[in-house]
Design a protein around this ligand. Structure first.
Ligand code: CA
Ligand code: CA
Ligand code: CA
Ligand code: CA
Length: 261
């Protein structure tokens, strides 16, 4: 089963931008001329939620239902009719939270509880009933931060600490009670930046230093005291930009390679 997913932070842009990625080939991108909804969209993620081997799309909307668009196999999207919550949603992540081989969903909501939705394997989502904090949340990321085989969660909050939730193995999240910074955080990403086999965390902060938090291997993070620019950062991503195996940090307004080794 295909369980990959790709997040993009829209931040007040339209999902049309994503369609260039979906339909382009080679070095060029072509507008697919699909126009999906006219919502106040804040984030989008791609993943095969209905297990038919094509990438579907989930869009987080502010004060409107979060939408699922299904792929017809040729890159054409249709509204599934799914509308999840009417919250001040700012970010969404997909991952198999409960270990049943389908992609579940977590949604970060501003000044409302962050919510967890479970997939019935056909792309139909139900609210798990978990309410995780009521913070000014702007971003969410999933990853196995304690290396026990299940997906844990980090949440970045505006002018509040970033929080870490540990999966109990069945899709229930437990607050680790870690409070990381108290910055105007807008985006978070997980990746093994120091190549010691565990997922570390990078956080984009608006008009404050972007920060790096290193994992001790059991899911406990410490500030690495790196200061990556003071800009109006809204989004952050980790990825290998060349073949040296070292993850680089990408922030939309600048590029800074992390030379930790
Ligand atoms: Ca699909
Ligand atoms: Ca699942
Ligand atoms: Ca875990
Ligand atoms: Ca690491």
């Amino acid at each position: 089963m295909m369980k990959i997913c790709f997040p993009y932070n829209l931040h007040r842009h339209t999902v049309i931008a994503v369609m260039f990625l979906l339909t382009g080939y080679g070095a060029g991108y072509v507008d697919s001329e699909q126009s999906l909804g006219t919502n106040d969209s804040r984030a989008v993620i791609l993943g095969d939620v209905d297990a038919d081997l094509d990438l579907d799309m989930v869009v987080a909307n502010q004060n409107q239902g979060n939408k699922l668009y299904l792929n017809d196999g040729a890159g054409g999207y249709s509204d599934s009719g799914v509308s999840l919550g009417i919250n001040s949603s700012q970010s969404v992540a997909l991952g198999d939270i409960d270990g049943d081989d389908d992609l579940d969903m977590v949604v970060a909501n501003q000044n409302q509880a962050n919510l967890v939705y479970l997939n019935d394997s056909t792309g139909s989502f139900s609210d798990s009933g978990q309410s995780l904090g009521e913070n000014d949340s702007y971003a969410v990321a999933l990853g196995d931060i304690d290396n026990d085989g299940d997906l844990d969660m980090v949440i970045a909050n505006q002018n509040q600490a970033s929080l870490v939730y540990i999966n109990d193995g069945a899709g229930g999240f437990i607050d680790s009670e870690q409070s990381l910074g108290a910055n105007d955080s807008r985006s978070v990403a997980l990746g093994d930046v120091d190549r010691d086999g565990d997922l570390d965390m990078v956080v984009a902060n608006q008009n404050q230093d972007n920060r790096v938090y290193l994992n001790n291997g059991s899911g406990n993070f410490s500030d690495d005291d790196q200061s990556l620019g003071v800009n109006s950062s809204q989004s952050i991503a980790l990825g290998g930009l060349n073949s040296d195996g070292i993850l680089s940090v990408v922030v939309p307004i600048f590029l800074l390679k992390m030379e930790l080794f």
